[in-house]
Design a protein around this ligand. Structure first.
Ligand code: HEC
Length: 137
């Protein structure tokens, strides 16, 4: 690989890192995180399988009796979920692609099922809008 090509890659990585840094925590906490707690018809809630999960979508376990995460726990969730956003190619972001039905452009298989039937699902759009915030800045 030539030196300019290497340099271009380094710049691209640095740029995507900078973009990921601009994902907004307040929006995440107010709008995106509740989706992970919400019961969707015919599906288990994301938190049921993803709290303490061994895969990259790792949510903090809720405290006993708690119906929401503390701010500190939310920040850890935010860090994990931010890593699942690919600002250079939004639709390839695992957080958008993996739970989306394969027929709608998502991955063919997710153990947690096709949580979002299409990109018109309001919750899917909410996550996408938040992730898009990483592109404009
Ligand atoms: C019934 C359990 C279950 C539920 C409910 C569930 N998931 Fe999953 N999910 C899994 C398992 C197991 C994996 C890892 C294996 C796989 O890819 O299927 C996974 C993988 C993922 C991944 C990829 C993580 C990685 O390592 O790349 C994402 C993103 C994801 N799930 C998002 C969601 C979202 C968003 C919801 C809720 C809308 C959800 N999941 C609900 C079981 C579940």
């Amino acid at each position: 690989m030539t030196t300019p090509a290497r340099l271009a890659i380094v710049i691209a990585i640095a740029a995507s890192f900078a973009a990921a840094q601009s994902l907004d925590f307040a929006t995440y906490r107010a709008k995106v995180e509740p989706i992970f707690l919400k019961k969707r018809e015919g599906h288990a809630r994301c938190v049921v399988c993803h709290a303490g999960a061994g895969n990259a979508f790792r949510l903090q376990p809720l405290d006993p009796g708690a119906t929401n995460w503390t701010e500190e726990e939310s920040r850890k969730n935010f860090e994990a979920v931010s890593r699942l956003v690919n600002s250079a190619n939004l639709l390839s972001s695992p957080i958008l692609k993996h739970p989306l039905a394969g027929t709608a452009g998502g991955d063919d298989f997710h153990s947690g099922g096709r949580q979002f039937q299409s990109k018109n699902d309001p919750d899917w759009k909410t996550i996408a809008d938040w992730a898009r915030g990483s592109q404009s800045k």
